[in-house]
Design a protein around this ligand. Sequence first.
Ligand code: NAP
Length: 289
Amino acid sequence: MSHTTSPTARLMDGTAFARRMVEEAAERAAALAARTGRAPCLATVLVGDDPASVTYVRMKRNRCAKAGVQSRHIALPADTTTAQLVDAIGELSDDSGVHGILLQHPVGPHIDERAAFEAIAPEKDVDGVTAHSFAAMSLGMDGFASCTPGGIMQLLDHYDVDLTGKHAVVVGRSAILGKPMGMLLLGRNATVTYCHSRTTDLAAHTSEADVLIAAVGRPRFLHGDQLKPGAVVIDAGYNPGNVGDVDFPSAAAVASLITPVPGGVGPMTIATLLTQTVDAATRQLGAAG
Ligand code: NAP
């Protein structure tokens, strides 16, 4: 897909930067394997056969393979109960051959997703979904970032976006995206506003944003006329048809920096997952670096 940008908006190329991150993770994985005789291993857990989830897991495992990170896939039937899923994840948490665990979500509505997430040992929570990881993120402690917000922070840093004192508006407050995103921005001294489905007069908030994070899950939901001229616009949305939550042409006409969809936030999420898997393996195998 090609994008037309105005003279003002510069593209934030997540694909190129993620490639560099994955290369670096691959070098570290190879060095770790040479030192310890063991490669990092990510366990992926999938419940049911939702086509989008199957594709996401396959993409993550393919990227692992390219980076010298082993993956072990656990495919569970759609009628798996919460107790069965918690048991399966608990086994992976106890398995010293597994360094990171990814539960592909959403899981079915009959499953208590929070209970399943909490069965992931904190040191293996490379997707940053546990309460422990959220607290660490929020308190600025050592821990794994939720991968999409973590990847977005990397991208903001890569493009030298100074967050101190800036007004960041996060549209969306999900546990894996919007909420941790705001916490990471707050930790970097941005003034953070959360918007959600009950927010009244959304545009009044978005039009004040120096940094706008769209994490809504609605195609082309935010338009250029709702944005502050010169804003940095991060589109975390990924809707059917490779469409983001931001209307790209109108937003690019007013933004200073903008992420495309695809090729912006998506690749950064996977790169962050791989980086954090190598970090986890490095700590668990007791090898420095
Ligand atoms: P989610 O759990 O459905 O959360 C959506 C959020 O948007 C909720 O907080 C909701 O508010 C809010 N919202 C819904 N309608 C709204 C409206 N009219 N005005 C303002 N806020 C509204 O979705 P998610 O998991 O956070 O994902 C959001 C998007 O990011 C999706 O497009 C998803 O595909 C994408 N995503 C991308 C990646 C990646 O790697 N690129 C990773 C994860 C997710 P309430 O809380 O009030 O319901």
